[in-house]
Design a protein around this ligand. Sequence first.
Ligand code: NAD
Length: 448
Amino acid sequence: MEIQEILSEQKMFFRTQKTGNIRFRKMYLEKLKDLIIQNENVLYEAIDRDFGKSEFDTATTEISFILKDISYYLKNLNILTSPKKVRTNLANQIGKSRICTDPLGCVLVIGAWNYPYQLSLSPVIAALAAGNCCILKPSEIAAHTSKAMAKIINDNFPPEYVYVYEGGIEETTELLKLRFDKIFFTGSTKVGKIVYKAAAEHLTPVTLELGGKSPVIVTKNASLEIAAKRIVWGKFLNAGQTCVAPDYLLIEETVQEQFLELLRNYIKEFRYEPGSGHYTRIINLKNFQRLIQLIDKEKIYYGGNYNEEKLYIEPTILSNVDREDDVMQEEIFGPILPAISFDNFNTALNSVLEMEKPLSAYLFSNSQEEKDAFTQKLSFGGGCINDVVMHLGNENLPFGGVGNSGIGSYHGKYGFETFSHQKAVLERATWGEPNIKYPPYSEQKLKW
Ligand code: NAD
């Protein structure tokens, strides 16, 4: 069936209002949960074929994440969908006011390849929980995981409700011509702009989950040992192919030497070596070649080796990096950590302010003054103090960017709201009419 026909069928199905029924939503969320559990090994195998990721990593950063999302909605759906009473102002007395959450209709989710299950299915789950029909277009770059999701969903769900449409630029361009009620896109800022333009044609609302250069700032007031351990984990997880990974390090000059040594020790301790089973390869040759161009041999503090045939790049730290260096001109999205030193905390903050607003920002410090300045002065999608990446795992926090790093957010109730319309309803009593609002407007009324 052509994708236009599937969308037409979804539109007709949505009009039956079946997807709005709470029992229907829960039934299919349960079904998806069962399918994920039953097919766990298929999902592990597919991601391993795409980029050599260990089962442990996939279980913790992908599968458990999706299952947690489903459980959240199953548990909270009744509360999330119940109309919220709000106060009614004097001019609308006698009356009652409430906000009802409506599904938007037929939504399009476009996924990225780096956490292919989480970034595709998490928005789909929120969309279904909110009562919508959905078409998912996973990233063609992670071809095996895309196929696995298509098989699991298309074999088990009615296409007029949920459908996975596989493909690359051509297919996405075709999809973007169609009229959806919402587009949820995860990917680069460059493609985000293409999606936004296409959505504007139909006045379709968008959520854009984009990227950027996320800084991690380490000051002399930090617990350096734990900072190094957490940064090494967050940076080299998935070989740096994580949208919220610390992109570059801003390190206070006086502790730089000590800190870089700690980073090096943890890389070794974590056995981030090709083939160790703890370290992922680069997704494809194009990205591999882009990344190795960013390694300035003169500035290598640690690592810098790579294997083109196996698509592995060793965890690499660059020191004495300048703002003007190539590695600072674009989001790295790989296992290269440039370190830039600073002698004054405010200078470090100002240097972040000079760049585009990042998806994430991190600070390691035990100084309250520095923590306050970090949260008050910097604008970023989300972040952590004394950790990296982990804010994304708290479903009580909204996850999304700001400025160039995105529009809108999701996770938990924010995901539900992203795929809902907040409908305002005022219900008036048919008695107690205040006649003052009706013409003719006598002198006496005007005085009042
Ligand atoms: P991408 O923008 O290249 O691709 C994302 C999606 O857009 C894919 O499904 C792809 O098929 C489609 N696409 C690509 N080019 C297109 C075009 N010209 N027209 C229409 N559709 C097109 O991004 P990617 O390489 O998959 O992911 C890396 C980027 O995504 C990084 O910038 C990263 O920071 C960002 N990212 C953000 C988040 C987040 O949650 N904010 C999560 C993961 C990745």
